[in-house]
Design a protein around this ligand. Structure first.
Ligand code: 13P
Length: 287
């Protein structure tokens, strides 16, 4: 059964580790993430962007697929199904469809409007026992065609949003979705500390987990980051393994064209990436 992300993140915050959110794109992705979490006895969050939800045939399709896998693959570790960077309307749809966790990304609205919309959603998700992630200060990089600027969040605004009764808070600290540019100056730990001091026991979320050096990940966790989102790195792993399979001509040998064979190396590569991240984040054995 899907669970809200509340308990797993509060446990992570107390235990000084982070739970990974791995974005899913299809059946192979979902199965790879769930099986790895189960093998490593780690809690896990499946992230679904609005674009990926549409791609997979709609939110209800995603809920059906994930619930089916939890049962048929005997997944017993805590799993949350989470809308990633949701719009207000998307959030409502995912609550309706059976997601167990929602992110409302109101970071592009003026702060008062972000507060107003987040407040309305807090009420709704609380009634349903779901978790809610809110965002202050947009994350840089590109997510489904929306390009942020690598903004750094204002700690006072973080406090305002954190006090609304949300479960976890995403705050920009110089993190970016996708590849970090060569001239990237790293995460702003100074900002993270200020946010932490203002928001107290609120689990903080680090987006743009791809390509952040290990020491920065560890430091971020020590300063209150309890959820780390990874998307692009799994895509690269899948792409490289699939490219290798085709370049080696394996799709032309025997039944190598069978999608169950063609997608297998990419599937294994996602599993390996998820494993590395869970080990780095410290969530192995915490389920
Ligand atoms: P990356 O694609 O950089 O790993 O970021 C993922 C993310 O933050 C999803 O919200």
């Amino acid at each position: 059964m899907l669970v809200s992300a509340k308990k797993m993140l509060n446990d992570a915050l107390k235990g000084k580790y982070a739970v990974g959110q791995f974005n899913i794109n299809n059946l192979e992705w979902t199965k790879a993430v769930l099986l790895t979490a189960q093998e490593l006895k780690s809690p896990v969050i499946l992230g679904v962007s609005e674009g990926a939800g549409k791609y997979m045939g709609g939110y209800k399709t995603v809920v059906g697929m994930v619930n089916g896998m939890l049962e048929e693959l005997n997944i017993t570790v805590p799993v949350a199904l989470h809308l990633d960077h949701g719009s207000y309307e998307g959030a409502l749809k995912c609550v309706e469809a059976g997601f167990s966790s929602i992110m409302f990304d109101g970071s592009h609205y003026p702060i008062d409007e972000n507060v107003e919309k987040t407040t309305a959603l807090v009420k709704l998700v609380n009634e349903k026992g779901l978790s809610l992630e809110a965002e202050v200060g947009s994350i840089g990089g590109e997510e489904d065609g929306v390009i942020g600027t690598g903004e750094v969040a204002d700690p006072d605004e973080c406090k305002r949003i954190a006090d609304l009764g949300i479960t976890m808070l995403a705050a920009g600290i110089g993190n970016i979705h996708g590849k970090y540019p060569d001239n990237w100056t790293g995460l702003s730990f100074d900002t993270l500390e200020k946010i932490r001091n203002k928001t107290g026991d609120m689990p903080l979320v680090l987006h743009g987990g791809t390509g952040i050096p290990e020491d920065m990940i560890k430091k971020a966790i020590s300063l209150g980051v309890a959820k780390i989102n990874v998307n692009t790195e799994c895509q690269w792993a899948f792409q490289k393994a699939t490219r290798k399979y085709i370049e080696e001509g394996k799709d032309l040998q025997g039944k190598g064209f069978d999608p169950r064979k063609l997608l297998a190396p990419g599937f294994e590569a996602i599993k390996e990436t998820v494993k590395e991240k869970m080990e780095l984040f410290g969530s192995v054995g915490k389920a």
